[in-house]
Design a protein around this ligand. Structure first.
Ligand code: SF4
Ligand code: SF4
Length: 112
C-alpha cells in the first residue's frame, strides 16, 4: 500500500464528503509538478552565440518553459534558457526560431 496520504486523508474528510471533480486549493501549484520528467526523446538546446534575443521562442512555448534570465551575455542584458523541469520537448521553439539557435538534442546530452 502506498505511503502517500490520499486526498481524503489530507483533507480529513470521509470519501463521501469529498468534492466532485478536481479543485485547486493553491493557485499556481502546478509549477511543483515536474512535467518535463515525462519527456522521453529530445530536448531543446539554445546556442547563446546564435540567439538574437527576439524572444519568439519565449512567446510560442506552450508550456512557458523558455525563461528570460537576467544574465548578461556579450552585448545582451539577458540570456534565454530552457526550464527542463517543465519542457515537454515538443520542438515548437526550435521550429520558430528565426536564426536556428535552438537545436533539439538527445535527452542524454548535457547542455551547458
Ligand atoms: S527564438 Fe531563437 S533567437 Fe529568438 S530568443 Fe529564442 S533562441 Fe533566441
Ligand atoms: S520544446 Fe516545446 S515545451 Fe520545450 S521549450 Fe520548446 S516549445 Fe517549450
Amino acid at each position: 500500500m502506498s505511503k502517500e496520504k490520499s486526498l481524503a486523508e489530507k483533507m480529513k474528510l470521509p470519501w463521501k464528503k469529498m468534492p466532485i471533480a478536481g479543485i485547486m486549493f493553491e493557485p499556481g501549484s502546478t509549477v511543483e509538478y515536474r512535467t518535463g520528467e515525462w519527456r522521453i526523446e529530445k530536448k531543446p538546446a539554445i546556442n547563446q552565440d546564435k540567439c538574437i534575443r527576439c524572444f519568439i521562442c519565449w512567446i510560442v512555448c506552450p508550456d512557458v518553459s523558455i525563461t528570460r534570465q537576467p544574465k548578461p551575455y556579450k552585448n545582451y542584458t539577458e540570456s534565454v534558457e530552457v526550464d527542463y523541469y517543465h519542457c515537454k520537448g515538443c520542438g515548437i521553439c526550435a521550429a520558430e526560431c528565426p536564426v536556428d539557435a535552438i537545436e533539439m538534442v538527445e535527452e542524454s546530452k548535457v547542455v551547458p
